[in-house]
Design a binder for this molecule. Structure first.
Ligand SMILES: CC(C)(COP(=O)(O)OP(=O)(O)OC[C@H]1O[C@@H](n2cnc3c(N)ncnc32)[C@H](O)[C@@H]1OP(=O)(O)O)[C@@H](O)C(=O)NCCC(=O)NCCS
Length: 166
């Protein structure tokens, strides 16, 4: 597999929606409204500058996507954030790892001091494992802050990668 990562635009949405839709409908990993329409999801997922939405593709087949940018405006905009979604059929092949490494480079090159994940669902073990393996640490967990359709009230981790350490 040879993964290429590039900026995504509105023209890519027809290829991104089949990746985003199952994540939104399942409602186990993000707080997007589970009944969001394609148009609503597009407006939430495609970032405006200074943020950027990217996609990962292999031979023109879109496998995953990430949303990058400042976590907060104003005096919080030196810390970035990111979200990631991979097509169900493409999971477990390193697509999210490649996107996360791209996200780290992207934030580093733009001078961000760290990358904060605000709401990693604690039952999302694959994601927690992946982020920790790349250096993110769990800063804290808000108990019961997420209503999982499968597991009930579960915690949301705040996770942080310090980019000033090296
Ligand atoms: C989380 C997600 C982005 C991971 O994408 P992916 O392309 O499958 O991830 P990768 O293949 O790059 O890496 C997955 C890692 O998790 C591990 N993993 C997979 N399933 C796992 C499980 N059940 N328990 C523990 N680790 C698991 C893999 O072994 C791999 O780790 P490794 O590289 O050390 O072997 C993808 O599952 C997804 O889109 N989920 C829905 C949306 C989501 O949860 N986004 C993240 C929100 S924080």
């Amino acid at each position: 597999m040879s993964i290429t990562i590039r900026a995504a635009s509105a023209a890519d949405w027809p290829a991104l929606w089949p990746i985003v839709e199952p994540v939104v409908r399942e409602g186990e990993t993000y707080t997007y409204p589970p009944d969001a329409t394609s148009e609503q999801a597009r407006d939430l997922w495609l970032a405006e500058p200074p943020g950027e939405t990217v996609l990962a593709e292999d031979g023109g087949v879109v496998l995953g996507t990430a949303r990058l940018g400042p976590n907060k405006p104003g005096h919080g905009d030196h810390v970035g954030t990111a979200g990631f979604m991979v097509a169900p059929a493409a999971r477990g092949r390193g697509v999210a790892r490649a996107l996360a490494l791209h996200a780290i480079d992207w934030h580093r090159e733009l001078g961000y001091r760290g990358i904060q994940f605000n709401a990693v669902v604690e039952t999302n073990v694959a994601a927690v494992h992946l982020w920790q393996s790349l250096g993110w640490r769990i800063v804290g967990t808000v108990p019961g802050a997420f209503r999982s359709p499968q597991h009930g009230f579960v915690g949301l981790h705040v996770m942080y990668l310090d980019l000033t350490a090296e």
